[in-house]
Design a protein around this ligand. Structure first.
Ligand code: FAD
Length: 317
């Protein structure tokens, strides 16, 4: 089922989750350990993130170094298949431009279509770990909107090779990213919304937001989207904080503000357990407020401490 169908047909608030593929060489059990206890809350879909290869230096036996490309978290497509098979819920792979050629993306989309995956989240991806700025793959896309266009073309049966005639039409429902506090590269919110609208106008179906810790950012974003003529459904992304290190790491990686009350309470927490409790309480209150304001779905980033998300779900539903 498509995300848009879930959202338009929902009679009560729904939940969805995001998981990360395990590091290369590790078992899929970590995903099952996260998802098993969440299933009683009937998630409509589970997103699976996508990760590009990184350039790392490896020490040779003679002491010199060589630069090698390593994809630390492969397996998104396989994990989607495993989740759909085990839990009978929709799995949504993230697709990114960074590090992938258009042909590799096309092949991934073909695999996903064969597997019966009906939704994708089309993203640009961030700069590679060894780059300051995002550099597109020489045969890839520069912006998410180009990836959206590629998926739309396939939905129309148009493949990269123009000698494919009567190509099978895929039927992917396409999600794109939105940023309640603005994407960090955008010169201002209006420009960011202008590019978001382009993705929707091309044919993307819904928006999933970057995490936010102050609901007012989300409500403002919803209003600004409406003013800008963006009427696609918006899925709010929520992440629990659970340790003091995140107070600096999260804003620097995700460019999100941590409200003072939350930052202060976490800094003053005397034990790791107390800190986790502060994060849980904040997330719980955030969710309650969103539900009170008729948000139809809560999407949880489970990375790190899925137990915090689980505790919040138990208290909410
Ligand atoms: P875009 O929509 O391409 O926007 C990037 C920037 O360029 C913005 O500032 C935008 O305003 C601007 N822009 C867009 N189009 C144009 C244009 N035509 N001309 C000029 N400027 C333009 N990353 C991963 O690597 N893997 C994941 O699985 C992953 N999952 C994510 C899930 C969610 C819900 C979110 C919010 C982010 C996720 N990310 C993931 C991170 C994401 O890839 C980064 O935030 C990335 O920097 C931007 O991606 P985007 O799709 O928003 O890019």
């Amino acid at each position: 089922m498509k995300v848009t169908e879930y959202l338009s047909g929902a009679k009560k608030p729904i939940i969805s989750l995001e998981v990360l593929p395990p590091q290369k060489g590790k078992s899929i059990e970590s995903i099952y350990k996260t998802l098993d206890p969440m299933m009683e809350f009937d998630p409509a879909f589970v997103n699976v993130t996508y990760h590009r290869a990184e350039q790392v230096y490896k020490k040779r036996k003679d002491g010199s170094f060589e630069s090698v490309e390593i994809r630390k978290r492969p397996g998104t497509v396989g994990i989607c298949a495993a989740i759909m098979g085990k839990y009978k819920v929709e799995a949504i792979p993230h697709l990114i431009c960074g590090g992938f050629s258009k042909e590799e993306t096309e092949n991934a989309l073909i695999d996903l279509n064969f597997l019966g995956v009906q939704n994708v989240l089309a993203l640009r991806g961030d700069a590679a770990a060894n780059e300051k700025f995002f550099t597109p793959h020489p045969k890839g896309h520069r912006y998410a909107e180009e990836l959206v266009q590629q998926v739309i073309n396939m939905n129309k049966g148009e493949y990269l090779e123009d000698d494919i005639i009567n190509g099978v039409n895929t039927d992917f429902c396409i999600g794109v990213a939105g940023y309640p506090e603005k994407h960090f590269e955008a010169p201002n919110m209006d420009m960011d919304l202008y590019h978001l609208k382009r993705k929707i106008d091309l044919g993307a179906d819904y928006i999933t937001t970057q995490m936010f810790f102050n609901n007012q950012h989300y409500y403002n974003f919803e209003n600004k989207c409406k003013e800008a003529g963006i009427n696609a459904p918006i899925v709010p992304g929520l992440k629990p904080l659970y340790n003091q290190r995140q107070l600096t790491v999260v804003p620097s990686i995700f460019n999100t503000e941590i409200p003072n009350d939350l930052a202060k309470a976490m800094s003053e927490a005397k034990t790791p357990e107390a800190c986790e409790k502060v994060g849980e309480e904040w997330l719980y209150e955030q969710c309650k407020d969103l539900l009170k304001n008729n948000v139809p779905i809560l999407h949880f980033y489970t990375l790190g401490r899925p137990n915090v998300v689980l505790n919040v779900l138990k208290r909410l539903f």
